[in-house]
Design a protein around this ligand. Structure first.
Ligand SMILES: N[C@@H](CCC(=O)N[C@@H](CS)C(=O)NCC(=O)O)C(=O)O
Length: 201
């Protein structure tokens, strides 16, 4: 399978999950502005949404959307326990977190990367994010989001929380969150993937 990614973008989440699962994968870097792949193809011809992540499966199908790709990866390698079994209440709890990360955190922080976002708008987003961090801090389990077991929700949450550092969004009021990020980042799979994306030396 091939993962279309941009370094440090939300495609880092399935990249982390693939490494955690120990599945073989190919990578194709995408220039999101030019909508071109590194090998020069028109990315919109691959993924009409124009966004990463996207994954081409061995049967040629394309799968998009972080929360969906992550569960697909987890289901390829049940022994890695990256997601509870489908149909169980715990699986719905995982989906609850994935959807929250997607709709509240991912789309709550991504506007900071838009050069046209005004300071006023960013201020409003910061207030909303503070509420989300308060919630996360009160609900996240240790050492990982859902408890003892690392899941694909951690791949996604870490990926998005990483952007707080790039955008100078303070987490000082919620020290459990940076401590969590350090734990995830220290995992061997995370180190390997961060190096593959050129985000760590
Ligand atoms: N709904 C998609 C959103 C993915 C997304 O926002 N991707 C960003 C990078 S983090 C992107 O490709 N932005 C460029 C674009 O959409 O043109 C998902 O959840 O996977």
């Amino acid at each position: 399978m091939k993962l279309y990614f941009a370094p440090g973008a939300c495609s880092l989440a399935p990249h982390l999950a693939l490494a955690e699962a120990g599945l073989p994968y190919d990578l194709e870097q995408v220039d999101l502005r030019a909508k071109k792949t590194k090998s020069g193809d028109d990315y919109r011809a691959v993924n009409p949404k124009g966004s990463v992540p996207a994954i081409t499966l061995d049967d040629g199908q394309l799968l998009t959307e972080d929360a969906v790709i992550l569960q697909w990866i987890a289901d390829q390698k049940p022994d890695a326990k990256l997601a509870p079994a489908a149909g169980t209440m715990e699986r719905y709890r995982l989906q609850e977190w994935l959807n929250w990360v997607a709709t509240e955190l991912h789309k709550g922080i991504s506007p900071f990367f838009n050069p046209r976002a005004s300071d006023e708008w960013k201020g409003i987003l910061r207030e909303r994010l503070a509420q989300q961090f308060e919630f996360l801090n009160s609900r996240m389990k240790k050492p990982y989001l859902m408890g003892a077991q690392y899941t694909v929700a951690d791949s996604y949450l870490y990926t998005i929380l990483r952007w707080t550092g790039l955008q100078k969004i303070e987490l000082d009021k919620w020290p459990d969150i940076p401590a969590y990020m350090e734990r995830v980042q220290a995992r061997p799979a995370s180190q390997k993937v961060l190096k593959e994306e050129g985000l760590l030396k």
